[in-house]
Design a protein around this ligand. Structure first.
Ligand SMILES: Cc1cc2nc3c(=O)[nH]c(=O)nc-3n(C[C@H](O)[C@H](O)[C@H](O)COP(=O)(O)O)c2cc1C
Length: 316
């Protein structure tokens, strides 16, 4: 019998659907026992998000200012053969309820020495969040063996409109007669996540407990958008700086903080429509010179599963 623990937090149910699709092959297999635990904050986050509440959450995300979550239905003494941590990204960080759990005493007991697969469902910016996740898992003594990432594959310019429409107004689209596609991860990609569960169900029963090799290589588990590497690093630095300033102005509901947040997002919006496209053009011109360094970074961020989809092409 192989025991698998699946931990997740999902607000709209999108990540929940991805989790269901991924674990289905293991749940159907009599050699597997799958425990799924939802990470619930004591007070649910609102959805759709009120405008200020949404943007005002970024300093708390960056500085990990959140309640500790210890799910009552998680047995910390049970020994698992594999843990799947499914998370969404909030302001380039793992979503607050996931951070809240990873900082708990229960997490220390459950994760120590265990192999972990991370499963991300987000718009398209997950690199910095996964860097933080790696640090947290290492701190808990866990071993990251695979990473699966599902994103909204529409053009960034479209999701820059459709994601806020979904998060702030609950309107998912499609918009403008289908010119801007429906926000979120496509149903085909959600259904396709079953292939990861099939690969785990086939391999886990034959693995040694200390085996750290990935199980999902060749299945297209990860795609690194190289154009977002530098942007994510820059935005994270900016979030740290402005987040510190905003926190010094008081709690999220402080009036001064709401005023500065408005200024900051106006500034960010202007940067995104002016500086970002200019930088993208410069990057395109310099691309041949930076080829080797970009390839190295892609490989780093795609680890441990890698970007190859060789097995998919062969019909796996
Ligand atoms: C407060 C907040 C911040 C977000 N920040 C990001 C982000 O930095 N990068 C990203 O790709 N998606 C971001 N998203 C989108 C989420 O990762 C996710 O796709 C969306 O919330 C739906 O997930 P669900 O399964 O929890 O409903 C953000 C969403 C929220 C609510």
């Amino acid at each position: 019998m192989r025991r698998v623990l699946v931990l997740y937090f999902s607000q709209t149910g999108q990540l929940h659907d991805i989790v269901r699709s991924t674990v289905a092959p293991m749940e159907r297999n009599p050699e597997f026992e799958v425990d799924t635990v939802e990470l619930k904050p004591s007070k649910p986050y609102p959805f759709p998000w009120p405008f200020f509440r949404f943007f005002n959450t970024f300093p708390e995300c960056i500085y990990e200012d959140t309640e500790v979550i210890e799910p009552a239905d998680l047995d910390a003494e049970k020994q698992y053969d594999l843990i799947i941590v499914a998370y969404t990204v909030w302001f380039l960080q793992p979503a607050l309820p996931v951070l809240g759990f990873l900082k708990s005493e229960k997490a220390k007991r459950v994760f120590a020495g265990k192999p972990v697969i991370t499963l991300i469902g987000c718009r398209n910016m997950w690199l910095m969040a996964q860097e933080r996740m790696k640090e947290l898992l290492t701190g808990l003594g866990a071993r990251l063996i695979d990473n699966i990432v599902l994103t909204d594959t529409s053009h960034s310019a479209f999701t820059f409109y459709s994601t806020p429409m979904w998060m702030l107004f609950g309107k998912r689209g499609p918009f403008f007669n289908g010119w801007i596609p429906r926000a979120g991860i496509s149903q085909a990609d959600i259904d396709g996540a079953e292939r990861f569960g099939r690969a785990i169900a086939a391999q886990l029963p034959n693995r040694d407990a200390k085996d750290d090799r990935p199980m999902l290589t060749g299945l297209g588990a990860v795609h690194v958008r190289e154009g977002l590497i530098e942007s994510e690093k820059t935005i994270k630095r900016s979030f740290r700086l402005w987040g510190a300033l905003l926190r010094s102005l008081g709690k999220p509901d402080a009036l001064a903080r709401q005023f500065v947040i408005l200024l900051y997002f106006l500034f960010l919006f202007l940067v995104i429509i002016t500086v970002v496209p200019i930088l993208a053009v410069i990057k395109m011109i310099l691309k041949p010179l930076a080829k080797a360094s970009i390839a190295k970074q892609r490989e780093y961020f795609a680890a441990p599963s890698g970007e190859s989809s060789q097995l998919l092409e062969r019909g796996a």
